[in-house]
Design a protein around this ligand. Structure first.
Ligand SMILES: [Zn+2]
Length: 277
C-alpha cells in the first residue's frame, strides 16, 4: 500500500521544541532519519506545513520527497509586525508559482484572527487562482499562548461557503471538537480533513484503545458520521508522533476498504501528488 504523509513539519536539527518532541516520539529530528523512516515504512513522500520564514530560500532546503504549503504562522507574522501586507502576499504568490509548493497553510489560534477575517482574503484569491488548497490549523493548539476560539472547526464553515472555489483542508479534523468538524466537512464539498496530530509521542496502540476507549470510539463514531472516506487524509504531524505507531493507529480508526484512498489517493488528489501513487 502506498502512503503519503499529508502533514508534517520540517525543522531538522533545530534545537528546542522540535528536537524534544522528536525524541519523545522515538525519532531523531534529522532529514536522514526522516527519509530512512519513510523508506522503511513505505511512505512515498510528504507535505510540509510551512513554519518560520517566508522567503523563497527558506523553503529551498526540502529533499525531493517533500512538497510544502507556504505557511503564514505566528513567527512570520510577528516578523511582519502582525500585519499581512502586500509584500507578504507577493511572496506567497511566488511560492505558489513553484510546483513544489502545493498550497497555503494558515494558523488561526496561533494568530488571533478568524479565517473569515478580511486579512486572509488574498490567501483565498491566490488559492483559487492557482488551484491549490488552503490548509488550516484547526482544533487544539500547542502551548498556552494561542486563543482557541479562532481555531474552532466550526469557523471553517463560513469560510468554505463564502469561498466555493477554494479547496480547504481542515488539519487535525478539528480535534477534539469532532462533531462540529464532521458536520462542517460533511456539509461542504470543498473541505477535506487531515487526521494528523490526534496523538503524540509513542503510542502503544492496543493499550491506547484499552485505556482511552471512550476517545477511540468517539473518533470512529464521527469519522463514520461524516460518512465519506474520500475526504480524509493520513498525516503524521512529524516530528510530533512516532510514524509507525501513527500508521497503526490510523488503520484502527479507518475501515480497511478505505485504507488506499485515506493513506494516499485522497492526498494525491487534494495536493496534486499523482506521481507518488
Ligand atoms: Zn502540524
Amino acid at each position: 500500500m502506498k502512503i503519503i504523509d499529508a502533514h508534517l513539519h520540517f525543522c531538522p536539527g533545530e534545537p528546542g521544541y522540535f528536537e524534544e518532541i522528536a525524541k519523545a516520539a522515538g525519532h531523531e529530528n534529522t532529514e536522514e532519519h526522516l527519509l530512512a523512516e519513510y523508506d522503511r515504512l513505505g511512505i512515498a513522500g510528504g507535505v510540509v506545513m510551512g513554519n518560520r520564514g517566508l522567503t523563497l530560500e527558506d523553503h529551498d532546503r526540502y529533499p525531493d520527497r517533500l512538497r510544502y504549503c507556504i505557511g503564514l504562522d505566528s513567527f512570520c507574522l510577528k516578523e511582519n509586525g502582525g500585519r499581512i501586507g502586500k509584500k507578504t502576499w507577493d511572496l506567497v504568490e511566488q511560492h505558489l508559482q513553484r510546483d513544489r509548493c502545493v498550497g497555503i497553510k494558515l494558523y488561526p489560534g496561533y494568530h488571533p484572527f478568524y479565517i473569515t477575517d478580511p486579512i486572509y482574503e488574498p490567501a483565498y484569491e491566490l488559492a483559487a487562482a492557482y488551484g491549490k488548497p488552503v490548509a488550516v490549523h484547526m482544533g487544539e493548539t500547542a502551548g498556552t499562548g494561542a486563543i482557541l476560539k479562532y481555531s474552532h472547526p466550526l469557523t471553517m464553515d463560513e469560510a468554505a461557503v463564502t469561498h466555493p472555489r477554494v479547496r480547504f483542508v481542515m488539519c487535525h479534523f478539528g480535534n477534539p471538537w469532532l462533531p462540529d468538524a464532521a458536520c462542517v466537512v460533511r456539509k461542504n464539498e470543498n473541505v477535506t480533513a487531515d487526521l494528523s496530530g490526534l496523538l503524540e509521542g509513542r503510542i502503544i496502540v492496543d493499550e491506547f484503545f484499552r485505556e482511552q476507549r471512550g476517545y477511540g470510539e468517539y473518533l470512529i463514531t464521527w469519522l463514520r458520521y461524516m460518512g465519506d472516506y474520500s475526504r480524509f487524509l493520513f498525516g503524521t504531524d512529524w516530528p510530533l508522533a512516532n510514524l509507525e505507531d501513527y500508521i497503526e493507529f490510523t488503520k484502527r480508526v479507518i475501515p480497511e476498504k478505505y485504507w488506499e484512498p485515506v493513506f494516499a489517493g485522497n492526498a494525491a488528489r487534494v495536493y496534486g501528488l499523482d506521481q507518488w501513487l
